[in-house]
Design a protein around this ligand. Structure first.
Ligand code: SF4
Length: 408
């Protein structure tokens, strides 16, 4: 891993948008609503759908961190959006709203995994919001909570928890094994201690880095600063420090790609019911689709792969639910090209874009003319390649006179 020296650190604070601190895009203000673990209740989905209709462009954008964006907001809409989000529990802390980036394993608690990390999501989010000092985290800060299936541990978290068994959890820092271990009951306290240690080390190195990996010697120095027992939040169990046993390959290979991709289609849950996982083409979820999801389940999960998990379906309800999702354009076929194609906002939303990449990508899918033989690919309107998934992806980048296609 390449660590940056303090001299090479960021010269400005990150400008990640939030729900209240919006970004001025070419099509209006853009608000990013943090959804820890991607977990949304039906009521929260309905509130987001209504906000998209009333205040935005009628759709919700799913991000690679399982968050949601609203586009096309009129100037001054932030206050009403904030009120609506707060009313349904989507804005628990105005001061911490941009730093609540938490990825959780897809299907956790419903199917597979050593532990159910949903309680970790709630506890970590509450712990972050309860600590005034953690409001200083960069908006790029990311926590990954992996229940052992290895789907999010390799997705570039600054701090991560990875269940190794039902009784043991590893702490990861910038995607590497920190050596720290904890019981699942103590894992969130360890992650919070690591988060505070990241801020302490960041301050010691000048206080400008956005990511733990950008700190000189980041993982090692942050691991050395962790004092979980002094956090006051441990419940009597101090993790055994510096375990030398290497983690399995759950952190991904050299490419950083996870071993497990997005679930698509049906999954039999541990309780015998069924979960449906549907890809949302180009991550653009219409208000109507969001309302449909809210009717189908009390709680859904957004995944980092721009798909949605609809859990808890009784056997007799599965076919009708799948058909309803399919009718609205959501994809339940694991072989669909839509499972391999992502795109940035492009025109008209981004002033930097050299093309309407979403329209062009959708046309290529419909016509069967995707480049690179239809391999996993990311379409972008310029070289920044916003939203590019981690791992091996073909870049399809607008040049102004067409698209440049290539691996990078
Ligand atoms: S990749 Fe370029 S065109 Fe696309 S959203 Fe980012 S800045 Fe805009």
């Amino acid at each position: 891993m390449t660590a940056r020296t303090p001299a090479a650190a960021r010269l400005r604070a990150d400008a990640c948008p939030g729900a209240l601190q919006t970004h001025a895009a070419a099509d209006g203000a853009l608000a990013r609503v943090r959804v820890p673990g991607g977990l949304l209740t039906g009521g929260q989905l309905r509130a987001l759908a209504a906000a998209a209709r009333d205040l935005g462009d009628g759709a919700l954008e799913l991000t690679s961190r399982g968050n949601v964006q609203l586009r096309g907001l009129a100037g001054g809409a932030e206050a009403e959006l904030g009120d609506r989000l707060a009313a349904v529990g989507l804005l628990p802390s105005a001061s911490h709203e941009r730093v609540r980036n938490v990825l959780a394993s897809a299907l956790t608690g419903w199917a597979g995994g050593h532990v159910d990390v949903r309680p970790w999501v709630r506890a970590l989010d509450a712990g972050i919001c309860a600590d005034p000092a953690l409001a200083a985290l960069p908006g790029r800060y990311l926590a990954t909570l992996d229940d052992g299936r290895g789907d999010v541990a390799g997705l570039g978290g600054d701090v991560g928890l990875l269940a190794l068994s039902p009784a043991e959890v590893a702490l990861t820092l910038a995607g590497t094994d920190s050596g720290w271990r904890a019981h699942p009951d103590d894992a969130v306290a360890l992650a919070l201690a690591a988060t505070r240690a990241f801020l302490d080390e960041r301050a010691a190195q000048g206080g400008t880095c956005w990511r733990l990996a950008e700190l000189a010697g980041g993982p090692e120095r942050v691991a050395g600063r962790i004092t979980p027992s002094s956090s006051g939040r441990h419940r009597g169990h101090v993790p055994s420090p510096r375990c030398a046993e290497p983690l399995p390959s759950l952190l991904g290979g050299a490419s950083g790609s996870p071993l497990v991709g997005t679930p698509v289609g049906t999954t039999r849950q541990d309780d015998g019911r069924t979960a449906l996982a549907a890809v949302v083409p180009l991550g653009r979820l219409s208000a109507e689709q969001a309302d449909l999801l809210a009717r189908l389940a009390d709680e859904v999960q957004l995944t980092p792969w721009r798909s949605v998990v609809v859990p808890g379906l009784a056997e007799h309800a599965v076919d009708d639910a799948a058909a309803a999702l399919h009718r609205t354009g959501m994809v339940l076929d694991a072989d669909s090209a839509w499972t391999r194609v992502t795109a940035c906002a492009g025109r008209p939303g981004c002033a930097k874009s050299l093309a309407d990449v979403r329209a062009d990508a959708a046309r290529a899918v419909a016509d069967g003319t995707l480049p690179a033989g239809g391999a996993r690919q990311h379409w972008a309107g310029c070289e920044r390649r916003c939203g590019r998934p981690r791992g091996e992806v073909v870049d399809v980048v607008a040049t102004g006179t067409g698209y440049r296609v290539g691996w990078s």
